[in-house]
Design a protein around this ligand. Structure first.
Ligand SMILES: C[S@@+](CC[C@H](N)C(=O)[O-])C[C@H]1O[C@@H](n2cnc3c(N)ncnc32)[C@H](O)[C@@H]1O
Length: 266
């Protein structure tokens, strides 16, 4: 008996984003583990297979998320090791700002047990559609909000900057379900080293249920600490400066173009 693991994503909006291959994996699994954004989504996915188990009980306020993720990973690995055809279904994309699927697949790879990931529609994909942003226009950089605060990270004000888990910004304990105004203010202070105080940013929440409205609330960056920051809020910071031409490289490219033209006409 050889077990396996497939990690799938069901997308963000209930019923709208799941791919046929992910649905088929869920329907055919011996056991399905669920990590969903809300109870309705969990019930919907549970209707596809009678042997579903939620991973939510591994979370606990005050418990380090490092332990939570380790326990979730061990659960998936043990189930696949026991010979079951296991599916782990996550909301969004299973591998975007989500470590459990990556960790479980890597552990099973080492044990030579088949494990793979199917792509899903993440909050990032919804954001581009709902806010009309093309990441290719001026570039787009994504950071986890606390990591952005805790490390020296580059800021390119000519690109979009997207901060994930902004509702948990500054949680050094890695164990809270939300931080608060004082923590968010430290993030604002850091951002104000790069952006003007009246720069408009967007608090973005894609709709989980088809009947819900998308949140795309525009506020001044300096008002961020007092704004309502939920677990599912993503902060979108549009560019505040223009792209600066790299004249040195442009000159080099012009020289190359001239050389190839001369080679052509000789
Ligand atoms: C642990 S990450 C999971 C992301 C998920 N794997 C995905 O593919 O979108 C949680 C963060 O994703 C973002 N997020 C989750 N749901 C969202 C939603 N409905 N709208 C906007 N952002 C969301 C928020 O930044 C949130 O703090």
């Amino acid at each position: 008996m050889s077990g396996s693991l497939v990690c799938v994503g069901v997308g963000i909006t209930l019923g709208a984003h799941i791919s046929p291959i992910s649905r088929s994996h869920i329907e055919q699994a011996d056991k399905v583990y669920l990590l969903m954004s809300d109870g309705f989504v969990e019930s919907w996915v549970s209707s596809m297979n009678s042997n579903c188990q939620s991973l939510q009980p591994f979370y606990d306020e005050g418990k380090s998320r490092h332990s939570t993720y380790r326990e979730m990973t061990n659960e998936l690995v043990s189930a696949a090791q026991s010979g079951l055809k296991v599916v782990a279904a996550f909301y969004g994309h299973p591998g975007v700002f989500a470590c459990v699927a990556h960790k479980a697949i890597s552990a099973l790879d080492k044990l030579n047990i088949p494990a793979k990931m199917e792509a899903g529609i993440s909050a990032e994909d919804c954001l581009y559609a709902d806010l009309g942003i093309d990441p290719g226009k001026t570039g787009c950089i994504h950071y986890e909000a606390s990591q952005f605060m805790l490390y020296q990270r580059a800021v390119d004000t000519a690109a979009h900057m997207i901060l994930w888990q902004v509702g948990l910004a500054g949680d050094v304990s890695f164990s809270k379900f939300s931080t608060g105004e004082e923590y968010a203010q430290l993030l604002v202070d850091l951002l104000l080293k790069h952006y003007p105080t009246d720069h408009q940013v967007v608090l973005y929440e894609a709709n989980t249920l088809p009947t819900e409205k998308v949140r795309k609330e525009q506020i001044r960056i300096s008002a961020l600490a007092k704004a309502k920051l939920n677990m599912q809020t993503t902060l979108v910071i549009p560019p505040s400066s223009k792209l600066i031409p790299n004249n040195k490289i442009r000159n080099e490219l012009n020289k190359l173009d001239r050389t190839s033209f001369l080679t052509l006409v000789q």
